[in-house]
Design a protein around this ligand. Structure first.
Ligand SMILES: *Cc1c(COP(=O)(O)O)cnc(C)c1O
Length: 379
């Protein structure tokens, strides 16, 4: 049985309310996605589009928009009829992938720290999650460690780039080394790419399925919640080769069956937004990253400036703490700010101890206020 019955996010969000803290714990933006897309959902409801069960594998118009999006940004060709499935958030795509691809006793290998849902989803499928630590402090994937972790029972490699919680964006060279291991051990890959539109400076998002030989083995997940700042809508998708998507569709239908009818209509419009939406979104997040990370650095709080995502990591040892959990439990009382300890993103109880994660997808004034509060507490 999966042990983490109550999530740290619930605990920390409750503490945030209790102490009137700024919540940089849970990763959700405090600015909603485009008005145009919200209006499209309202209009769909009024027009009677999607108010009853939508088609089982997703609205055709949305599947077409997802295929178009993958073509437009990555030159990936997908057949919207067979290679795309709409899901209740990327979360359901991930759960359904494991239910489809692994048997009890199989191993799934992933880099740690990892997004907490992974352990739950792998456990629900009866499989074991084998974690391979990203290199300490730098958070890069090490192919030698990955190769050493593969067992005869390993079926799936679970990748996540841009990476939650560290913000690392895996390079094409790193992904190519990983692909060699995938071929050697004949693995399937689940590539969770929900932060695909949040990459900064010179970093580029390289979908794993574009590495030679990987398209036929890789299921890719995406999320309207993340890409359109509409996390409450829970519209996501999985894309990949027809045989793997057909396999994912089976358990997926028995999880939620269908969801988000009118939202599916609106997300189809969202994925087709012109280039300036995507560039403004990226630039807005990069501005928040710069504001928050340079603010932390000025306060003498160490920070690993992320290449992607809306998360940044700090090592709390220079602030006089041995471990991030204690830091996060005291921080709301001491500073009125909430962060999340990295240790909840590991199975190994000793891993990730000194690190904490901040979510900076908040309005600039909120980030400034958080920095002021941290400044008062720590200087
Ligand atoms: C938020 C998140 C998801 C889940 O996305 P939803 O569309 O909200 O279900 C999946 N993977 C990672 C890494 C995430 O951060």
């Amino acid at each position: 049985m999966y042990e983490h019955a109550s999530s740290i996010f619930g605990e920390m969000s409750a503490l945030a309310i209790e102490t009137d803290s700024i919540n940089l714990g849970q990763g959700f933006p405090d600015t909603d996605g485009p008005d145009l897309i919200k209006e499209a959902a309202v209009q769909a409801i009024r027009d009677g589009r999607g108010n009853q069960y939508p088609p089982a594998h997703g609205l055709p118009k949305l599947r077409e928009a997802i295929a178009e999006h993958q073509k437009r940004f990555y030159d990936v060709d997908l057949n919207p009829t067979t290679d795309v499935v709409v899901t209740t958030g990327a979360s359901e795509a991930i759960a359904a992938t494991f239910l489809a691809l692994v048997e009890p006793g199989d191993d799934v290998v992933t880099f740690s720290p990892w997004f907490d849902l992974y352990a739950a989803a792998v456990s629900l499928a009866g499989a074991n999650l084998i974690e391979v630590p990203l290199t300490a402090g730098l958070f890069r994937p090490d192919p030698k460690l990955l190769r050493a972790a593969i067992t005869p029972n390993t079926r799936v490699l679970l990748l996540n780039s841009p990476h939650n919680p560290t913000g690392s964006v895996f390079t094409r060279a790193e992904l190519t080394d990983i692909a060699d291991i995938v071929i050697e051990h004949d693995l399937w890959v689940l590539s969770d790419e929900v932060y695909e539109h949040m990459v900064y400076d010179d970093s580029v998002h390289v979908p794993f399925c574009t590495i030679p030989g990987m398209a036929e083995r890789t299921i890719t997940t995406g999320s309207a919640g993340k890409s359109l700042s509409l996390t409450g809508w829970k519209v996501g998708w999985a894309t990949g080769p027809a045989d793997l998507i057909a396999a994912v569709r089976v358990p997926r239908q028995h999880l939620s069956f269908v969801s988000g009818g009118p939202f599916q209509w609106a997300v189809a419009d969202g994925l087709r937004l012109p280039d300036d939406y995507w560039e403004d979104f990226r630039a807005g997040m990069q501005m928040r990253r710069d504001l928050f990370c340079s603010g932390l650095a000025e306060l003498g709080i160490p920070v690993d400036v992320p290449e992607g995502t809306y998360f940044a990591t700090s090592d709390v040892r220079p602030l006089g703490y041995e471990n991030g959990l204690t830091f996060c439990q005291e921080l709301p009382h001491r500073a009125g700010v909430v962060a999340i300890p990295h240790e909840v993103f590991h199975a190994d109880a000793n891993a990730g101890k000194p690190y904490v994660r901040w979510a900076f997808c908040k309005q600039p004034d909120v980030l400034k206020e958080a920095l002021d509060r941290l400044g008062r507490a720590f200087t």
